[in-house]
Design a protein. Structure first.
Length: 142
């Protein structure tokens, strides 16, 4: 590998097999596919989740969340404006993380688990940013 110390990514242009890339993207999107489908098939539960976090109007917010989670995931998996789907899920995840995982104000007994989930979600944001970057770079190559 010919990676410079300043560059964490190798300059070696070997590619991941397409099937493995698709599996990696599926794993990255899995929580959003699961969350969107659960809300879709239990809409009342999705509305209750919006109410729990103080999001109003809860019904339209649940519908928008379903559309965003499933739509952006499909954009990524199908490669249709993949960079845009990845940026949408990055922004959504960042906002949801700061809304739902405010570990710094949680009771002491909940702080550890919430902090772990908070930083895991930041990792997802980073993963989606990498997907967007790589897709945009691939589109700009001759």
């Amino acid at each position: 590998m010919n990676a410079s110390p300043a560059s964490p990514i190798s300059q070696d242009h070997r590619r991941m097999p397409r099937w493995l890339q698709w599996i990696a993207l599926l794993l990255l999107c899995a929580a959003y596919l699961q969350g969107g489908l659960v809300k879709l098939f239990n809409f009342a539960g999705g509305v209750a989740e919006m109410q729990h976090f103080g999001l109003t109007p809860a019904g339209p917010m649940a519908a928008a969340t379903i559309a965003l989670e499933l739509g952006a995931s499909m954009m990524i998996l199908l490669g249709l404006w993949r960079w845009l789907g990845a940026l949408v899920l990055a922004a959504f995840t960042l906002a949801a993380t700061f809304l739902a995982l405010r570990f710094w104000i949680a009771p002491p007994e909940a702080r550890f688990m919430m902090a772990n989930a908070f930083f895991e979600h930041l990792g997802l944001v980073g993963g989606f940013l990498l997907v967007a970057w790589h897709d945009l770079c691939a589109r700009s190559r001759p």
